[in-house]
Design a protein around this ligand. Structure first.
Ligand code: DGL
Length: 263
């Protein structure tokens, strides 16, 4: 198992933003990308139901793929399911993706930070605890976006993005208070980095957009480095699994573009 692939998991295409970083720094590993497209979007799920769904899914995924490490490349899932996964599958190391509130609090100059996430991530106690523990001296605005993950899916599948809609979704991130302005927006959903250039274009003023993908990939690497070598052979292909079993042609093409073939 410890020489097996790295399994990267998300509700859709968002985890690809983490996969592309992980691949560069772990060239000796095979990757299995799992898109729970049958469950997308995760942002609207009730917590217990989503936790049970993901733990049940992993039982099959671990048996089939025997991963060396599982990377939960989804904030909405990580903030509720990580400890349940670790408890249910103690033999597998799990790396999660949680809002980058600590680095944002360390870096802000104006003291105004926004966290842009799904409605699910914004509601989580986990997110509130991060703010309490690491951003006590900073004003953090939590912005739960209903539509951005879907807009990112459309953009990646069809190359089209409704800029007015992006503008409306990010608008609440921009706060002016006592002559200070928000200077950092944390991208706390792995789908969002794919829209960051549009966000930059539609932003009312320039801010630093924090994309934690590289940091997450490095965390996974630190664990993988302690394991025996990967089992990748030069001809091995990285694979993708869709829980719907039936992705549309656009998404199949996209995965092919990311070097993933049907598993
Ligand atoms: N990519 C996911 C995240 O990081 C969630 C998108 C969704 O399913 O709503 O939160």
């Amino acid at each position: 198992m410890s020489d097996g692939p790295v399994l990267v998991f998300d509700s859709g295409i968002g985890g690809l933003s983490v996969l592309r970083e992980a691949r560069v720094i772990m060239p000796g590993r095979r990757f299995v990308y799992v898109a729970d497209d049958a469950g997308f979007p995760y942002g609207a799920w009730e917590e217990d139901a989503l936790r049970d769904r993901i733990v049940a899914l992993f039982s099959g995924l671990i048996e089939t793929h025997r991963p060396a490490l599982a990377l939960i490349a989804c904030n909405t899932a990580s903030t509720i399911v990580l400890s349940a996964l670790r408890q249910a599958f103690p033999e597998v190391p799990f790396v999660g993706t949680v809002p980058a509130i600590k680095p944002a609090a360390e870096r802000t100059r104006s003291g105004l930070v926004s966290v842009l996430a799904t409605p699910g991530t914004v509601k989580r106690q986990y997110t509130r605890d991060l703010i309490r523990d690491y951003a006590g001296k900073v004003h953090v605005r939590l912005v739960g976006s209903e539509n951005l993950a879907g807009l990112a899916e459309t953009y990646m599948r069809k190359g089209f993005v409704d800029e007015a809609a992006v503008s409306a979704e990010i608008a609440p991130c921009f706060v002016e208070q006592d002559g200070r302005k928000t200077d950092i927006v944390v991208l706390a959903c792995t789908h969002f980095p794919f829209l960051v250039n549009r966000m930059r274009k539609m932003a009312p003023w320039p801010v630093d957009w924090i994309d934690p993908a590289e940091a997450i990939a490095r965390r996974a690497l630190a664990i993988v480095e302690t394991l025996p070598g990967g089992d990748a052979l030069p001809d091995d292909k990285d694979t993708v699994v869709f829980t719907s079993g039936n992705p549309d042609q656009n998404v199949q093409r996209l995965m092919h573009g990311f070097g993933l073939s049907a598993g």
